[in-house]
Ligand binder design. Structure first.
Ligand code: NAD
Length: 486
């Protein structure tokens, strides 16, 4: 095995960048730690200004050829990539599990497959995303969709493989070469994606991966003058910095950020189903942007709901994410574990009531107990900030108006979950919650053609379906005087 590849769970993974169709090393490296045992599993290339420049120039050089292929010429590449992802599900799942500690069985059963679906869906959507022609004022009008140019895509450490394809698939389908910068806490599965893009035969420079630290190579990428689109999934802090850089270059920018999402349970709901969904918010140790972390329960059923909720949480098993029995894995990194712990300690110190958990798990490492906190008020930090760990808040409400007011009492607006047995209430409350996605009596079901994104601190712009294709395109209106050309 060369120094630029490591073996992770029996799978060979490159630790360098992938630029212009070639593996590229950096003199500097950063340590990548597995959350499972806190061991360093790879020393990964730590890119800087030079690698960022090289990658963006490779993407720029590839742009005219990739754009000229049109949706029909590009679709076979995306479909081939989807096939290669499908063929390597087991390897991709094993590497991502070791790198990020997402449950192996969910990675195998659904998460990695969704990445393949993203490539297939966008191959089809770009073909269907037609230009529009019409006549008016004595002219022929056409809306033309021009690929925008090199796109920089910056992704977070949770579900890194699938979330990177959620952005790279529409960018590539729309005709934009991409430079992907994975998060430094889980960089390995995106490195495998570069191998697969290479095997799929993408022209050099169409798909690039640059590894490194956000404030270093990430910042160099987003301020590069040849970049035409910037897309981030990550934190509010990163979005501010990246948004400023994009604005300076007048480059369109989307940001999918965090949430403090309400899970509202009405007295007329199927309480068992609601309690199970609530207990499921601890999955992936709560490191899910869409998680419903504010439980809002109608007074009349609060006791019964809580009994069922505790019963469901008792069934959780903390353990190695590679074991089938495990339902809660360790947190991603010691720094993050300490951040989660500090949130809970501040809540305790400020008088919020810890109803469950509230400490590191007895088995040590990066495990944290599933925690439920009743904040002393809606202004408590724990009721307002995204913790991004296994920490839920519990508040109660009297009537529908209070439920909606509480649900919307947040600076975020990514998602909402409502449990009710009433069609009318589902309609009213579903409409009234200010969030990018609201589920009623279900959770996490997604249609790839639907818009996805957040309100307020949860982000800017929408992705999914045609919305993402629009983002990666420049629209042009072409008008030709009728009868003037033969
Ligand atoms: P983060 O913002 O720390 O990092 C995200 C990415 O941005 C990383 O690749 C990082 O290297 C890069 N980055 C950081 N600062 C940068 C800078 N100044 N310039 C350029 N790049 C920079 O976020 P994270 O901790 O990796 O991810 C967790 C956050 O992501 C949570 O808030 C979570 O809710 C959010 N998230 C949102 C969604 C969604 O779809 N809405 C999905 C997953 C995660």
């Amino acid at each position: 095995m060369s120094a630029d590849r490591v073996e992770i769970e029996g799978v060979s993974v490159a630790t360098g960048h992938y630029i212009g169709g070639e593996r590229v090393a950096s003199a500097d490296r950063f340590a990548d730690l597995s959350p499972i045992d806190e061991r360093v599993i790879a020393e990964v290339a730590r890119g800087g200004e030079d690698e960022a420049d090289r990658a963006v120039r490779a993407a720029r050089a590839a742009f005219p050829g990739w754009a000229a292929l049109g949706p029909a010429g590009r679709a076979p590449y995306l479909r081939r990539l989807a096939e290669l992802v499908d063929a390597r599900v087991a390897d991709l799942a094993a590497v991502e599990c070791r790198d990020m500690a997402m449950l192996l069985r969910s990675l195998r059963a659904r998460v990695i497959n969704r990445a393949a679906r993203n490539f297939r869906a966008y191959a089809d959507l770009a073909l269907a995303h037609e230009e529009r022609d019409w006549r008016s004022n004595g002219t022929w009008n056409r809306v033309q969709r021009m690929p925008a140019g090199p796109a920089v895509i910056i992704t977070p450490w949770n579900a890194p493989f699938m979330l990177s394809t959620w952005k790279t698939a529409p960018a590539l389908a729309a005709g934009c070469p991409v430079v992907l910068k994975p998060a430094e806490w889980s960089p390995l599965s995106c490195s495998l994606l570069a191998d697969l893009a290479d095997a799929a035969g993408f022209p050099p420079g169409v798909f690039n991966v640059v590894q490194g630290i956000g404030t270093e190579v990430g910042a160099a990428l987003v301020r590069h003058p040849l970049v035409r689109r910037v897309a981030l999934t990550g934190s509010v802090r990163a979005a501010r910095a990246i948004g400023e850089a994009a604005a300076r270059n007048l480059v369109p920018f989307t940001a999918e950020l965090g949430g403090k999402n309400p899970l509202v349970v009405f007295a007329d709901a199927d309480l068992e189903a609601a309690a199970r969904t609530a207990a499921g918010q601890y999955d992936d140790a709560g490191q899910v942007c869409l998680a419903g972390t504010r439980l809002l329960v109608q007074d009349a059923v609060a006791d019964e709901f809580l009994e069922r909720f505790h019963g469901a949480v008792d069934e959780h098993v903390l353990g190695d994410p590679r074991d089938d029995a495990t339902t809660i894995s360790p947190l991603i990194h010691p720094v993050h574990r300490d951040r989660v712990q500090a949130y809970v300690e501040r809540a305790r110190a400020s008088g919020d009531a810890i109803l469950r958990g509230g400490r590191r798990a007895a088995r040590g490492g990066l495990f944290y107990e599933p925690t439920l906190i009743a904040p002393r008020s809606s202004d408590s930090e724990i009721a307002r900030d995204e913790v991004f760990g296994p920490v839920l808040c519990l508040q109660t409400f009297g009537d529908e108006a209070e439920a909606v007011a509480r649900a919307n009492d947040t600076d975020y607006g990514l998602s909402g979950i409502v449990y009710t047995g009433s069609m009318g209430r589902a309609e009213r409350v579903g409409r009234a919650i200010r969030a990018g996605t609201v589920w009623v009596n279900t959770f996490l079901v997604r249609d790839l053609t639907a818009p996805f994104g957040g309100i307020g601190q949860s982000g800017i712009g929408r992705e999914g379906g045609d919305y993402a294709l629009d983002f990666y395109s420049d629209l042009k209106t072409l008008q030709v005087l009728e009868g003037s050309v033969g």
